[in-house]
Design a protein around this ligand. Sequence first.
Ligand code: B1M
Length: 213
Amino acid sequence: MIDQAMLDAAAASIVEQDKDKAEQVAREAVEKGLDPLAMISDGFTVGITRVGDLFDRGELFLPELIICSEIMKGVTEILNASIPAEDKKAGAKVLIATVEGDVHDIGKGIVVSLFNAHGFEVLDLGRDVPTMKIIEKAEEFGAQVIGTSALLTSTMEGQKKLEEALRKEGLRDKYKTIVGGAPVTERWAKRIGADAYAEDANDGVKKAFALLQ
Ligand code: B1M
């Protein structure tokens, strides 16, 4: 159980754009052996969500948003490194990417952490990844699951393009596909022919387990 004060400090460090404090809190959590995933989801993510709300209300602007995002990425890296990989019992290979034209990767980072923590072998292609690169890398890596993230209504189209390209290349049955991201819905997943929609990182892992049964 993580002390609420620690979670509050994590959230506040993001809202206050305080990189030193954020990294200090993350390192302290690692030293104390606190659950890194809980630190991310119940601490730092609360902060970036608050930042998102402030941005939506016009109380915070793009340059500040970028600073908060960079801090968020830094702490996620510190905490990710401390996640004990289970002994690969899931045994499955998952490729994860943010689709082309989209640079939002904070949520994707959390998804990657959770898949790693559940023993999946993860290939994280990063953000703004072209459709054909996703397919090429999935082939090389021998992925069983392809998970994509889209945060913009305009870039959700990348998830549709992936389904179309997989069909065109005769590879659709080779992979299970999972789509996620704030504007993405179950309905969208059905419409484009994805195998599953995941509401959050936890749901992504659950859906992957179910698809691989
Ligand atoms: Co952007 N941005 N942004 N932004 N940004 C949003 C998404 C927006 C809603 C803000 C707004 O206007 N209200 C809006 C999108 C509107 C729309 O299309 N519907 C928006 C916009 C417009 C833009 C720009 C166009 C702004 C501009 O330049 N004028 C630009 C686009 C750049 C581009 O991509 N080409 C832009 C840029 C940026 C920053 C670079 C400043 C930064 C991103 C930095 C980064 O990621 N490295 C940024 C941020 C931080 C946000 C907000 C504030 C926060 C997003 C976030 O990280 N949330 C966001 C507003 C908001 O959310 N209130 C906003 C926290 C994260 C943990 O949640 O990513 O949803 P999320 O991930 C969740 C779930 O969705 C799910 O699990 C995660 C964890 O639970 N999930 C998956 C996600 N992917 C999954 C995949 C799965 C499973 C689950 O399986 C594979």
